[in-house]
Design a protein around this ligand. Structure first.
Ligand SMILES: [Zn+2]
Length: 363
C-alpha cells in the first residue's frame, strides 16, 4: 500500500533564538504530543515543512554562497552531488550516529538559524526536528527531499496496534523517567526511502529545484549536476536488480534490526520476514513476545542472517543470532561510513549493503 504525501506550507515565523541558545547548556527535553495516526503524523511534519515550489530567491551578497544544512549524512551526500562547490554545506548528524535517536547540540541550532535552507529526509526520520522546532524559532525554509515520493506502510500499521498492548506501559514508564522522545514513526510510514534508488532520483531533482529557486544564478549548474547524478542512480538501480536476481527466489528473505528495508524489498523483489525491533524507528523497544516470535520465524523460514545497522546497539540482535544460530551481518543503514571506508557515499553504501546481503543469502 502506498500513500502520496501532500506537502503544505506553514511557515514558522519568529525571532532568532540565539539568546535561548546561549541559556541552554543541554538539549531541552520538553515533549510534544506524538501523532498516533497517519493523518496526524503528516500534519505534524507539515507544520514546519515548506513546499519546494513556494521557495523564492535568497538575497546573496557578493561572493556569498548558498548556506545549506542537511540533517543526515546520506541526505548531505546527495545534496553535495547537486550543489558542488556552489554551496556551503553543513551536515547535522555525524557519521555513525543514528538518525532516529540523534539529539542536536546548541551548535546545531546556530547552524540551522544561520542557513538559507534546511534539507531533511523527512517522513519522520529526524525525530529531533519536532522537538527542536518546538524550542527554537527557525525562520529558514525547511524542505523534505522526499516530497512527492510514494510512501509505504509495509505492514507498520499492525505493529503499531500491537505495541499499544503489553509493551507500551513499560515504554511509557521508561520515557517518563529518562525524558526520551516518545514520538514513534511506526505509527506513520516507513521513512527509509533511500533504499529504493528511484526515490533518491526524486531527492536529487527536489534538491536541484529547491537550490535553483533559492539561488537562480547557479540554477544551470544544479540542474546539470542533478542530471549527471540521476544517471548514476539509474545505473545503481539496474545493478541492484542484477545482483538480487542471483539469489534463488525462496532465499530472498530479510531479517533486520528494525523495519528499515521496506522500500528495498518492495522495489527489488525480496521479502522482509522479521525485525529485532518491529518498528520503523530504532527508538522503539521490542517486547519479550516479539523477540520470541522472531526466533520462531527465523527457525521456521530458515532465514540465513540478521542484518544490523552500524548505528544500532547490537545486543538484542546478538541474542537472537545466538538463539537461532544464524549469522549477524553488519550493514550501513542510517549513516555513511568515514569517507575512506566502505560506504563513504550513498552510492557506495548501497553497493556495500547489496553485496553483503547477496553474499549472505547465497550461502
Ligand atoms: Zn531506521
Amino acid at each position: 500500500m502506498a500513500i502520496r504525501k501532500s506537502s503544505k506550507l506553514v511557515r514558522i515565523v519568529a525571532v532568532v533564538a540565539s539568546l535561548v541558545l546561549a541559556a541552554c547548556s543541554s538539549f531541552p527535553s520538553q515533549m510534544i504530543k506524538a501523532p498516533d495516526k497517519f493523518g496526524e503524523f503528516v500534519q505534524a511534519e507539515n507544520s514546519f515543512l515548506i513546499d519546494i515550489y513556494d521557495l523564492s530567491p535568497t538575497d546573496l551578497g557578493e561572493g556569498e554562497s548558498l548556506r545549506v544544512v542537511a540533517t543526515t549524512n546520506i541526505v548531505a551526500d546527495v545534496v553535495a552531488n547537486i550543489g558542488g562547490d556552489a554551496i556551503e554545506l553543513t551536515t547535522l548528524i555525524p557519521l555513525g550516529a543514528d538518525p532516529h535517536t540523534y539529539e542536536p547540540t546548541p551548535g546545531d541550532y546556530q547552524v540551522m538559524v544561520n542557513a538559507h535552507v534546511i534539507f531533511l529526509n523527512g517522513v519522520g526520520l529526524e525525530e529531533f526536528m519536532y522537538q527542536t522546532l518546538k524550542q527554537v524559532a527557525v525562520d529558514v525554509p525547511i524542505v523534505s527531499l522526499s516530497e512527492g515520493i510514494e510512501l509505504g506502510l509495509f505492514g507498520g500499521g499492525e505493529k503499531s496496534d500491537h505495541q499499544e498492548g503489553g509493551g507500551s506501559d513499560e515504554r511509557e514508564d521508561h520515557d517518563q523517567g529518562e525524558g526520551e522522545p516518545y514520538y514513534q514513526t511506526q505509527a506513520g510510514v516507513d521513512p527509509h526511502v533511500w533504499f529504493d534508488a528511484y526515490n533518491v532520483i526524486v531527492w536529487a531533482e527536489n534538491a536541484a529545484h529547491a537550490m535553483s529557486a533559492l539561488d537562480p544564478a547557479n540554477a544551470d549548474l544544479y540542474e546539470t549536476n542533478a542530471h549527471e547524478y540521476v544517471e548514476k542512480l539509474k545505473e545503481l538501480d539496474a545493478w541492484i536488480q542484477v545482483q538480487v536476481a542471483r539469489v534463488a527466489p525462496e532465499d530472498r528473505m530479510l531479517v533486520t534490526d528494525h523495519l528499515a528495508f521496506g522500500y528495498f524489498v518492495h522495489r527489488y523483489g525480496l521479502e522482509m520476514v522479521g525485525a529485532v525491533i518491529p518498528a520503523y524507528s530504532m527508538a522503539a523497544q521490542p517486547s519479550a513476545q516479539e523477540i520470541a516470535k522472531l526466533v520462531d520465524t527465523i527457525r521456521e523460514l530458515g532465514a540465513k542472517a540478521i542484518f544490523v545497522g552500524t548505528t544500532a546497539n547490537p545486543r538484542l540482535a546478538e541474542r537472537v543470532a545466538e538463539d537461532t544460530g544464524v549469522e549477524l551481518v553488519p550493514l550501513y543503514i542510517g549513516s555513511l561510513s568515514e569517507p575512506d571506508g566502505p560506504a563513504g557515499t550513498y552510492l557506495a553504501l548501497m553497493q556495500y549493503d547489496v553485496n553483503e546481503i547477496v553474499q549472505a543469502l547465497l550461502k
